[in-house]
Structures are given as C-alpha cells and as structure tokens.
Design a protein around this ligand. Structure first.
Ligand code: NAG
Ligand code: NAG
Ligand code: NAG
Ligand code: NAG
Ligand code: NAG
Ligand code: NAG
Ligand code: NAG
Ligand code: NAG
Ligand code: NAG
Ligand code: NAG
Ligand code: NAG
Ligand code: NAG
Length: 798
C-alpha cells in the first residue's frame, strides 16, 4: 500500500493521510475531519462532550443544556442554559464543570430588569437542525434566533454571538451578555466577580473566581475566569442577583448563606445597538489565578480584534495532525462504519486533559494531566489505545501519574478538576504503569513506578476511598478481601470484597511483572499474591434465573473473616437485577455481577477455563453470559469477555461475538453508545475491535481478529515504522470473518495473538478470511499466555 502521499482515489476506497508534519485540508482531498461526528453518544447516557476542544485540551466550549448535561450539551431536545468552557467527556457521576456560563439575550424593553437572569427562566430551546459540531468548533441556533459559534485555544474559548436574526431584535435593541457564577452541578461554595469597561467603553471585561466541588470526588477546587468583549460599545454593565440587576455596584461576592441557600448571581454587559456584526467574547480560564486566566487568553487569542476563523483553522490542523499515524483501506464498507471509526479515535483524545502549568497543588516541571475519570474505566482500552496511536503523549500521561505520586504520596485512581476522585476497585494506575512498561514507553522513571506500585500494594492509606487499597491487613494475612472486613487501619466503602480481591490480584500480577523486569526478587511474592482470586472461587455455587437452574456451577462468592462463605446471588448487579455502584446498592461486586466477574482474571484465563470444567463448558458459559441478558456491554469489565474464546483456542468465536456488538451497540448515531463513553473507553473498544487487535493490558498481548476494514496501517510515533494488518479475501458485508491462515511479514503465522513489537517494529500481518471457522489459531501452543502455564509465564515476561 502506498503511504507518504495524499490519497487521490475515491474517498470510500482509500483513506490515506500525509505523514508530513502539518496537515491542512486541500480541495477535493480526503479530510478526516469530514468523517468525525462529535454528536455520537450525546444522548441516552453516552455523555460525550460535543463541543470545541484541542487534543487533550483544557478549554472545552459548548452549549450547556438542562437535560442530560453531564458533558454539557445533549441532543435530547432539552433547553440551553448557557455557554461554558470547561467540561469532561463521557463521565458518569454528577454533571462536571461547566463553570461560569455566559448567555446572550435581547431583552423585551430597555430596562435591564426585563432581561431574564435565573437559570430556569432563561433556558431556551435550540433548533435541532442548526447544530454544527466539528472537531475544533461548535455552533447552534436558539429558537429565539440568536446564533452562537465557539472555538478554543488550549486555555481559552472564543464565543461568537450573532443577534441579527433574533426574534426580538430591532434597530434600537441593546443586546446583552450575562455571566452566571455557577457550574453545571450548582456546586458553587462562593464566588467573586468584577466588571470593568475599558477603552472608554469600547471593550469590557468581567473577571473573577469561585470555589466548586468535583463531580465525583472529595474536597473543592478554585477556578478563575477572565471574559473580554471587544469591538462593541458598552452601553451599561453591572451585576445581577436572582431576578434583579443594576449598574452599581460593579463587583459582587456570593457565598452560601442561610441553610446553604443557592443565590443565583453574576454580571452583565449590554451593548449599544444597532450592532454592525456579531459579538465576540473571549473566555480565559485558570486554576492558578485571575491574572493567569487573563494572561492565558491574551497570549493564545490576542486582541483587540479576535480572529475567530484563524483559531478554528489552528484547532482543525491540530486535530488533523493527530490522525496522521493511522490510515485505512476501507474495502468499501459503509460510510457509517467509517464515521464510527474516525469519530472514536477523536473521542480518545478529548480526555485526559493537559493541565500543565495549571496545577494549583504543587510546582513541577513534569507534565500534569487531569480528568482521569476514572482510571478504572481507562486502563483496559483507552490508555492502551493512546499507547498505540500517541505514545509520546502517553509517556507524558504516565509521567504525570508518577509526579502526582511524588507530590501527593499516592498514585491517583480517579481524578477530576484537580481533586481526588472516588476509587472504584483496585489501584488502577498500577495497571497503566505496567502496560506502559511492557510496551517500552520511553522517558519514564521505572524505579519510581516500582516504588509507587509497591506503595499501593503494601501501605494502606487512611482514606482508601480516594487512593491506594483497603483491607491490606486481611489481604496479607488471609489472601483475600473478606466480606464485612474488620479494618481499623483505613476507611472507605467497605463493600466489593469480591471485585476488590480480583482487582488487587491483578494489580499484584502487574507488580510482579515490573519487579521481574527490573530484577527485583520481590516478584515471586507478588506473583503468589496474583493467585489470591482463587480463594473466593466457590466450586459448588449454582445460579438460578427466575427459579430456573442455569446449569452452570462454580462462581466467586464472598467469604467472611473466619473463612465461612457468605452469599451473593450470582446474577445480582447484572442487567437482570439491580445496578450496584458505590452509593446505590453497594454489593460485593462493583457495577457488575459475579457472572461477569467470573471472567475477570486477565492474568490467568487458562486457570479459569480449568476451574469452570474445561474448554467446552467455559465456551458454553461465555455464550450463555452474552445471550441471556447477563452481560452488560455498556460497562468496561465486560470488554475482555468478548475475546476470551481465544484462550480456549476458538478465535473464530471471538470474531463472531464482536460482530454481534459492532455496529448494533457501538455505532455512529447520537444514541449509539451502550453506556457512558468514559473519556473514550467505549470508543476504544470499538477501535481495537475494528483494527483487529485487542489488548490484554499489563501483558504484551493483542488478540487477533480480522479488521473491519480491508486493511489498517499505523505508523509508530517512536520508531517511525509502519505496521499493517490486512484482510485477504475481504468481504464488506462480513460473511467472511473467520481467519483461514495468516502470514507475518510473509511467513506463516499460527498464533492467535501478537505482541506490541508488531507496532514498534512495523510488521505486516496478512489474514486470509473465509466464511467458516478453520483450525487457525486453535492449537494449545497458539493460544495467548496464562500465568499458570509456564510457557506463558515466559511470554508474559515472568
Ligand atoms: C429535537 O430533538 C429532540 C431529541 O431527538 C426531540 O425530542 C425534539 O422533539 C426535537 N425538536 C423538534 C422541534 O423537532
Ligand atoms: C424548554 O423551553 C420551552 C420554552 O420556554 C418550554 O416550553 C419547555 O418546556 C422547556 N423544555 C424543558 C425540557 O424544560
Ligand atoms: C425594540 O426593542 C426595544 C428593546 O428591546 C424595545 O424597547 C422596543 O419597544 C422595540 N421596538 C420595536 C419597534 O419593536
Ligand atoms: C470559599 O469556600 C471555600 C470552601 O468552602 C473556602 O475554603 C474558601 O475560604 C472560601 N473563600 C472565600 C473567599 O470565602
Ligand atoms: C477573585 O476575583 C475577585 C474579583 O475580580 C478579585 O477581587 C479577587 O482578587 C480574586 N481572588 C483571587 C484569589 O484571585
Ligand atoms: C471496492 O470498490 C472498488 C470500485 O468499485 C472495487 O474495484 C474494489 O474491488 C472494491 N473492493 C472491495 C474490497 O470490495
Ligand atoms: C501540555 O501543555 C503544555 C502547556 O500548555 C505544553 O507545553 C505541552 O506541550 C503539552 N503537552 C502535551 C503532551 O501535549
Ligand atoms: C522492549 O525492549 C526490549 C529490550 O530492547 C525488547 O526485547 C522488546 O522486544 C521490546 N518490547 C516491545 C513491545 O517493543
Ligand atoms: C438445565 O438442565 C435442566 C435438566 O437437564 C433442563 O431442563 C434445563 O432446561 C436446563 N436449563 C437451561 C437454562 O438450559
Ligand atoms: C463466621 O462469621 C459469620 C459472620 O459473622 C457468621 O455468620 C458465621 O457463623 C461464622 N462462622 C463460624 C464457623 O464461626
Ligand atoms: C521519526 O521521524 C521524525 C520526523 O521526521 C524524526 O524527527 C525522528 O528522529 C524519527 N525517529 C526515529 C526513531 O527515526
Ligand atoms: C490460506 O487459506 C486459503 C483459503 O482457505 C487457501 O486458499 C490458501 O491455500 C491457504 N494458504 C496457506 C498458506 O495455507
């Protein structure tokens, strides 16, 4: 296949991007941005951020609505309440960020008190067909005719409001922009604003700050803003409180008063009509200081005339650049599958967010990334995907985790708005560090990584609800986390004894891998702990659905301190029963059932197969799990189960299962995600599945299935070598999805998995596909490694 040139062929056949540094669109050529739809997953719980951002950007501008607004905007038809410039993407929890929204309006009379200030009254419907969402920009028209466009730099947003078509607009109307000292969750504790007119009223500035709560974590954060409007004549300005406004005073401080009453308040500026053009409003932000918020904006979006279009061009070029390492030969598959693919790549780079230079907690020259929301969601596929596509940034992300350990004393587990978030299971950052280690990411202090993970494994923090692990005394003494543990050492939600046991065992397996790699003799100790999960396997446990025996025996069960079994119905916490989170219905398995966690032993799937009665029963159980309604395809623990037939020598069954979920459950519609995107986790499941290589992170293993395209090529950003995975006999309607035989760099290849060297060494894997299962990849020696088989341990780096 030809690379290093622009594609000249039909769009749907060949999508090749230039490998040259800066990439701009040229007429008639393939432009990847035309294939990205930021509205995928903006309804029905996807919670995707739909607005304007740079790759890993801090500033994220979008219209905020009063419906499903966890990510700010939603295509759920709810009403717009403001336009704000910080967001998270795909998260669960409470609505995140959305601080200091601004809102344009034309008031019915000249008196500013005829404007509508409180959020419930100002909320305005938008025109469904007016939404223009594209990487780097977002636009929408409200039912009242006011049109808003927005774009961003790294730390600032630029909004453009066009009032000319507003229904209430006439020659003598004086349009207004108001700012609300709130956030999406209404979590403000206190806030300040001051308003100043500069240049004799030719421009206006509102600046200030507020203290808010993180949407899924502890503590609070202080955020600063600086809003500039230029090129207009300021008619009047002032502050508003509840539904009243006045031109004096020019500053305001609000706090939580009697009974924590939530006062609605902020500032406003009114502009002398008639306006000759749309109004441009520049919003700078900072976690450090109000001055830094202004400086960020002045440096990145210089005035006095703000250049909206050039900012959009810069943002679009930054995005195009991010796609240069990857190209596909589509094999004429549907546009919808291609849009799904490119859009999913886009969503993996919205978060984590690069807050370097904006860390209020410590000073450091190391990178600082935030919005790990949460690592429990991200370690399985999203961060491994960045390791493939963007390894240099991934190294920075890993360094930022280590710098956090250095300054806070603990690796983060969940993190948002610079605060510590709630831990969901194990010490998930351990898995990220070791995955980076086995894939040879560069520039990382591995001794520091080892120290940080040992800290998680050995020392229990007082507050293990936000870092480290709980129940370590029992973990070391009994080799499992007991049901209703006695743990006076530290404090956290004392539930999830099964899932924590499984996760801690996997964390310890990863620690063993790193210890071995670094030549530490502790590796045997941690390898032994990596088998602790077996202590909660109850071989005679049965499972019933509506009184009917499923005929599968053997499940994880809770165990008390004294060694006696407890009981949790194996179907509890599955989609057939109740959802179990930290706060709603806390159980011994987190957000999934014992059915699903039965398969969560990524280090030793071979042992699971043995315990469940051999390959045949194991495969029947997997099949029942996926077809009975027990599997929750919208949450991360399920992901690897789709590919587990590989471990039983049946890669064809994995390929078949993947096609049962993509595109039916992961597609390019606005409600096309089965659950929260979780910063791009759902996106990355789609990506690894469609490129045909699925990771088991912490191990140098990708499970092979035929890609959804004729071929996919990825150029390693560390070695500059290009790897290609290719279907021979490709079939765009996917009747031929079974690998008949394979070659690696021209030589026969029989293993059903491959290591990361495929990417870094730029290998070529050719898969000949057919419409029936073959014996390719079925032999015992061709299966992926498992901890309990010695040959496997060598492959795993043991
Ligand atoms: C806009 O879209 C939403 C969500 O699909 C729908 O509920 C609403 O009825 C639509 N509004 C109009 C005017 O079509
Ligand atoms: C949106 O605003 C319109 C007009 O004010 C109102 O009729 C409608 O009920 C609002 N929708 C929601 C979901 O609040
Ligand atoms: C024009 O708008 C202003 C303020 O919004 C209002 O006071 C005035 O009555 C309007 N004039 C006409 C002719 O509609
Ligand atoms: C704002 O609230 C935070 C959190 O309650 C508090 O720490 C801070 O001192 C308050 N700031 C001001 C200026 O009152
Ligand atoms: C917060 O903003 C107010 C209003 O502009 C300003 O007076 C105050 O100095 C700011 N506080 C900090 C800590 O920057
Ligand atoms: C795709 O379409 C082109 C043009 O019709 C055709 O030449 C090519 O063989 C097709 N490729 C596949 C894999 O179907
Ligand atoms: C992160 O942001 C800083 C400050 O804006 C910038 O210097 C750095 O290059 C960015 N790092 C990455 C990996 O994008
Ligand atoms: C990592 O580096 C080691 C030593 O150079 C090499 O043997 C191994 O193949 C590399 N692994 C990957 C995934 O590139
Ligand atoms: C379990 O086995 C019994 C007896 O063979 C059978 O009647 C029943 O249908 C089986 N249940 C399921 C879910 O297959
Ligand atoms: C073990 O502890 C559980 C929970 O306290 C209790 O119900 C059970 O009877 C105990 N078993 C034995 C053998 O003491
Ligand atoms: C990869 O290519 C870039 C840009 O041409 C160059 O700067 C870099 O040194 C190359 N890296 C390697 C490992 O060849
Ligand atoms: C690979 O499979 C195809 C289709 O079954 C067959 O025609 C071809 O001979 C096989 N190649 C090898 C090397 O086995």
């Amino acid at each position: 296949m030809v690379r290093h040139i622009y594609a000249l062929c039909a769009l749907t056949e060949l999508a090749i991007l230039s490998l040259a540094g800066r990439v701009s669109k040229r007429a008639g050529e393939f432009d990847v941005l035309d294939w990205i739809n930021p509205l995928i997953g903006t309804r029905n719980g996807g919670n995707v951020f739909a607005g304007a951002t740079l790759p890993y950007g801090f500033a994220k501008a979008v219209a905020d609505v009063d419906g499903e607004n966890t990510g700010g905007f939603s295509t759920d038809g709810s009403n717009i309440t403001g336009f704000s410039a910080l967001h998270d993407s795909g998260t669960g929890g409470n609505p995140s960020l959305g601080n200091f929204p601004i809102f344009p309006q034309v008031c019915s009379e000249d008196d500013v008190n005829t404007c509508t200030f409180p959020i419930g009254r100002r909320a305005t419907p938008y025109k469904n067909d007016s939404i223009k969402a594209r990487p780097g920009s977002f636009g929408v028209t409200m039912e009242n005719g006011i049109h808003a466009d927005m774009t961003v730099s790294q730390h600032a947003a630029l909004f453009r409001f066009d009032y000319s078509q507003a229904s209430s607009m006439n020659g003598s109307a004086n349009p207004l922009i108001m700012l609300d000292l709130t956030d999406l969750w209404a979590s403000r504790q206190n806030a300040s604003i001051s308003i100043e007119a500069v240049d004799g009223g030719q421009s206006g500035r509102m600046k200030g700050n507020g203290t808010f709560l993180p949407s899924f974590g502890e503590g609070s954060y202080m955020l600063h803003f600086c809003l500039d409007v230029t090129g207009v004549k300021i008619k009047e300005s002032g502050v508003w409180v509840n539904d009243r406004a006045g031109t004096e005073p020019k500053e305001l401080y609000v706090t939580r008063g009697f009974n924590l009453f939530y006062i609605q308040a902020g500032g406003f500026m009114r502009f002398q009509g008639p306006l000759s053009a749309p109004i441009l409003a520049r919003m700078g932000l900072s976690f450090i200081s109000t001055d830094q918020a202004c400086q960020n904006a002045e440096r990145e979006i210089p005035g006095p005339q703000f250049d909206f279009d050039s900012l959009v061009t810069t943002a679009e070029d930054a995005w195009r650049e991010k796609f240069t390492p990857i190209s596909i030969q589509t094999g004429n598959v549907s546009n919808s599958l291609q849009t799904n693919f490119w859009s999913a790549i886009y969503r993996t780079m919205i978060s984590p967010q690069n807050y370097s230079g904006e860390n209020p907690h410590w000073q450091s020259d190391e990178p600082y990334f935030d919005s790990f929301y949460c690592i429990w969601d991200m370690w399985r596929v999203q961060l491994p995907f960045l390791t493939v596509l963007d390894p240099k940034v991934m190294s920075n992300i890993v360094r930022s985790l280590l710098d956090t350990y250095k300054h806070r004393g603990w690796l983060p587990d969940c993190m948002m708005s610079t605060c510590k978030g709630w831990t969901q299971g194990g010490s998930d950052a351990d898995n990220v560090l070791v995955d980076a280690y086995v894939k040879n990411l560069t520039g990382i202090d591995w001794e520091l990584a080892y120290e940080a993970i040992v800290n998680d494994a050995e020392n229990e923090p007082l507050e293990w609800s936000v870092e480290g692990r709980g129940g370590l005394t029992s973990w070391k003494r009994l080799n499992y986390i007991p049901y209703l543990d006695f743990d006076p050492v530290g404090f956290g939600t004392n539930s999830r004894s099964i899932s924590r046991t499984l996760e801690y065992a996997y964390n310890d397996f990863n620690l063993a891998t790193l210890a071995k790699g670094l030549g530490k003799d502790t590796y045997t100790k941690y390898l032994a702990r990596a088998s602790n999960w077996q202590n909660l396997f109850r071989a005679d446990q049965k499972s019933f659905i509506n009184g009917a025996d499923t005929n599968f025996t053997g499940f994880f069960q809770p165990k008390y301190l004294n060694g006696t079994w407890g009981y949790q119905d194996p179907i509890a916490c599955s989609p057939l029963a109740d959802f179990c989170s930290l706060t709603s219905n806390p159980s011994e398995t987190f957000e999934s059932s014992a059915w699903e966690y039965m398969f969560f032993v990524p280090q030793d799937v071979g042992k699971i197969i043995e315990l469940l009665g051999g390959e045949e029963t194991f495969l029947r159980r997997l099949d029942f799990f996926h077809t009975s309604g027990l599997a929750d395809i919208g949450n991360e623990p399920v992901f690897l189960t789709v590919y587990m037939p590989h471990y039983a020598g049946r890669p064809a069954l994995s390929a078949k299962r993947v096609h049962s979920y993509i595109p039916s459950r992961f597609n390019d519609s606005q409600d096309g995600l089965p659950g929260n995107d979780d910063s791009g986790a759902m996106a990355s499941f789609t990506l690894f599945s469609t490129i045909g290589l699925f990771p088991n992170p912490g191990q140098n293993v990708y499970l092979i299935v035929p890609p959804f395209f004729e071929s996919v090529s990825i150029t390693s950003q560390t070695t500059n070598k290009t790897a290609t995975i290719q279907n021979v006999n490709f079939d765009k309607v996917y009747n031929r999805i079974y690998i008949q035989n394979a070659t690696l760099n021209g030589e026969p290849y029989t293993k059903n998995w491959i290591g990361h060297e495929f990417f870094t060494q730029g290998w070529t894997l050719e898969l000949t596909v057919g419409d029936t299962e073959s014996d390719w990849g079925t032999k015992v020696e061709d299966r992926p490694p498992s901890m309990s088989n010695m040959e496997g341990q060598m492959e795993l780096g043991m």
